[in-house]
Design a protein around this ligand. Structure first.
Ligand code: NAP
Length: 496
């Protein structure tokens, strides 16, 4: 079995991978020492070239097998030997198969030379191929070469990352194989190259490993669709109220509002409702537990999924709120705004009014702007702490304080921001255009329901019961106990 050079510690991985003794005075790669472990690569394409560069830079001796070595030799580092396939596979114990699945069968003529060796399958199927073949590329390769040990690895690493070095890209390399020794050998090579091997078990996991690069932000699909759906609905509603109604009933052309003004009235609605949807599933889960009198019954699938997507929904809410802040900053820059100001001044002069100061309006605006800034600031804190590097530095209590308590504070601040924005407008008849209530009154429904429910759960009779359920008490079950008098302590330890 071929083994890589001594395993590097994480801090060592931050050092340049190309060690000095491998670089010539003319800064080209020097000939690696004879005792360096030899690795074979079949194929001379993009991936093979990057892999050869990284392997040479990590102290391995590389031999590349090509159908036409003369044509491709110049593209490889000078330390790598480029030769015919038969010659390339004769001495190394580990051989990377950097060719596409449809060409695996063309390598069958090498079966005898490859017998007993480790073949590393780096291939990635396209989405169509993945659906078409039930058997993974690695299992297919193993079926073509039954005398070899196939290891699936490095498929999630792009040729670019290999060339640039792991510092600039994804460091994790999922590895799977039916042979633990072969898996260990390839894992050591990955470590030596500066990557983090992740053991994915037997070769049966290869299909899952091959599906990894095909995924496109899977956890974001539903939350993004939800945000888009809300955006479309609120945009349409605001369009009807702010553009269509003046056009139809007052013959006023307000279509210029579509790109900025209507978008800016839509974004806070989406941000606010999304934020309430982060806390609604927790409320529903608590209500369900109270009704069932136990926490040992599974939540319905939809609620389970909803609970799992809260982070993404919260981040999308922050994104919309941040856009709303930016759009609001831009509002005075619009030409329409300047015309409005001038028109107001002219009207004031014509009406011979010198003072337009309305104390209540001034106060209202000061307060709602301040509440909006505070809500956005709190949301930013939530967004920052959801970053894995920061979340990992917090203990469970700190994380739950920020995400649960501060998040709820952000929801309350947003509600106050919306209420001070709306002020008495909900009670003015002129605000009901086409008999449609002002948009802010609609957005208040879910958040207010969530805040009300949370307040109800704070009532001692309910919070005590909930705390007992979350500590394992069951209404009809066998686990019966009384909580210590300080039931707030029990609540703090709850993980729901
Ligand atoms: P590529 O540039 O097209 O190279 C494929 C190589 O396969 C050719 O250069 C050719 O080398 C060799 N080959 C051997 N037998 C062949 C045959 N019968 N017909 C045609 N070519 C044959 O592709 P690549 O981007 O390097 O990808 C190679 C493998 O790495 C694929 O399985 C891919 O999924 C995987 N991969 C690539 C990347 C990436 O970023 N490119 C990332 C992860 C995984 P010779 O002509 O010298 O024989």
């Amino acid at each position: 079995q071929a083994h890589g050079p001594a395993t590097k510690m994480p801090e060592e991985m931050d050092k340049p991978l190309i060690s000095l003794h491998l670089v010539d005075s003319d800064s080209s790669l020097a000939k690696v020492p004879d005792e360096a472990p030899k690795v074979g690569i079949l194929g001379s394409g993009d991936f093979a070239r990057s892999l050869a560069t990284r392997l040479v830079g990590s102290g391995f001796k590389v031999v590349v097998g090509s159908r036409n070595p003369k044509r491709t030799a110049g593209l490889f580092p000078s330390a790598a030997q480029v030769t015919f396939q038969e010659e390339a596979v004769s001495s190394p114990e580990v051989i990377f198969v950097a060719v596409f699945r449809e060409h695996y069968s063309s390598l069958c003529s090498l079966s005898d030379q490859l017998a007993g060796k480790i073949l590393v399958d780096v291939s990635n199927p396209t989405e169509q191929e993945h659906l078409q073949h039930r058997e993974s590329n690695a299992e297919y390769l193993a079926s073509l070469f039954p005398t070899c040990t196939v290891v699936k690895a490095f498929n999630v690493i792009s040729a670019w990352t290999l060339q640039a070095g792991p510092r600039d890209g994804n460091r994790q390399v999922p590895i799977c194989s039916d042979q633990p020794e072969a898996k260990r050998a390839v894992s050591e090579m990955a470590l030596a190259m500066g990557f983090m091997p992740v053991d994915m078990g037997s070769l049966a996991s290869a299909r899952e490993v091959e599906a990894m690069p095909l995924r496109l932000l899977p956890a974001w699909k539903v939350p993004t669709l939800l945000a888009l759906g809300l955006f479309v609905c609120f945009y349409a509603y605001n369009f009807i109220r702010d553009v269509l109604q003046p056009y139809v009933q007052e013959s006023q052309n307000k279509f210029f509002k579509l790109p900025v003004s209507v978008v800016n009235t839509t974004l806070p609605c989406v941000a606010y409702v999304l934020l309430s949807l982060v806390y609604l599933p927790g409320v529903l889960a608590a209500a369900l537990q109270l009704r069932r009198g136990t926490k040992y019954q599974r939540f319905p699938d939809w609620l389970d999924h909803w609970l799992q997507h809260r982070k993404q929904i919260g981040l999308l809410s922050f994104f919309c709120a941040a856009l709303h802040a930016l759009y609001s900053f831009c509002l005075p820059l619009r030409r329409a705004h300047r015309y409005d100001l001038v028109n107001l001044a002219v009207k004031q002069v014509l009406a011979n009014k010198s003072h337009l100061w309305v104390e209540e309006e001034v106060w209202r605006m000061e307060i709602y702007l301040s509440l909006g800034v505070l809500a956005l600031g709190t949301l930013s804190l939530l967004a920052v702490t959801s970053l894995p590097s920061i979340a990992n530095s917090l203990n469970w209590r700190e994380f739950s304080f920020v995400q649960s308590s501060l998040g709820f504070v952000a929801l309350v601040l947003s509600t106050l921001h919306t209420l001070t924005y709306g002020w008495t407008r909900a009670f003015e008849e002129s605000r009901y255009k086409f008999y449609l209530p002002p948009t802010f009154t609609l957005t208040l429904l879910v958040p207010c329901a969530v805040i009300l429910a949370k307040a109800l759960f704070l009532l001692p009779c309910i919070s005590r019961r909930l705390a007992r359920i979350r500590r394992g008490w069951e209404r009809d079950g066998t686990i019966k106990f009384t909580l210590p008098t300080d039931h707030a302590l029990a609540e703090k330890t709850s993980h729901v």
